[in-house]
Design a protein around this ligand. Sequence first.
Ligand SMILES: Nc1ncnc2c1ncn2[C@@H]1O[C@H](COP(=O)(O)OP(=O)(O)O)[C@@H](O)[C@H]1O
Ligand SMILES: [Mg+2]
Length: 240
Amino acid sequence: MPSTKSSDVLAVPQPEESLGVPVTGEELCVITAPRSQQAEQFRVLRNSIQALNPDGASHTLVLTSALRGEGKTVATMNLAAAMTELPGIQVLVVDADLHQPSIEKSLGLPLRKGLADLLAGGVSLDNAVRATSVPGVSILGAGTLPKNPSQLLGSDRMRTVLDKLRQNYSYVLIDTPAAAGVSDASLLGAMADGILMVVRLGSTPRQFVQQTINVLESLGGNVLGTCLTGAEEPDTTGDY
Ligand SMILES: Nc1ncnc2c1ncn2[C@@H]1O[C@H](COP(=O)(O)OP(=O)(O)O)[C@@H](O)[C@H]1O
Ligand SMILES: [Mg+2]
């Protein structure tokens, strides 16, 4: 089990240490249940994103949601896996949730130095990125959790890191904390090429989603669309 104690000193990841660790989480349906309807929905989302990008240019995309627990991390990993089903696509998933990081946990991987260490100058970019057992998907974990995440994430260095990463991957998918109440998602949203709003159906009031989108846009973000989660039943609710 990955440790989450902030007092632990994290090791630098070995570039290939995670290649042999199979993904088993059933919520990561594109990997573990590729023929499921849920997996197909992530391919539809992937196709929509590809359609917005006919030149195949590299892009940085932030995934966020109004509230915590709406499925951002799960959606980020499923979208990454769906993207790399297409030939020639390489995706880097960045865990920029420096409050409750969970990309490594969702993949069953140990915690290692990552984004926060990179931004603080404690590890190089090449050393911080790890390949995974999902072909074409690499990760940059959150790393050593800082006292002030938004100071690190809002820094010029973050912008430089994103520009560099954009050159090396077809898509850089950035998992963030919820947008309401924490400024990190809007800071990153303004630096990235686009924002996808993850919305758990039947749980977040529509007005609240719209308010969050308005805030992200007013701070310079480009909201491309929504990714609905928990949509096993048709959405027949009124205000939700
Ligand atoms: N599509 C899904 N299918 C099944 N479980 C899901 C799905 N999306 C999210 N979950 C579950 O909901 C919880 C919150 O998801 P998570 O992605 O961690 O949310 P967030 O990153 O927005 O806080 C987790 O326990 C996760 O396993
Ligand atoms: Mg998360």
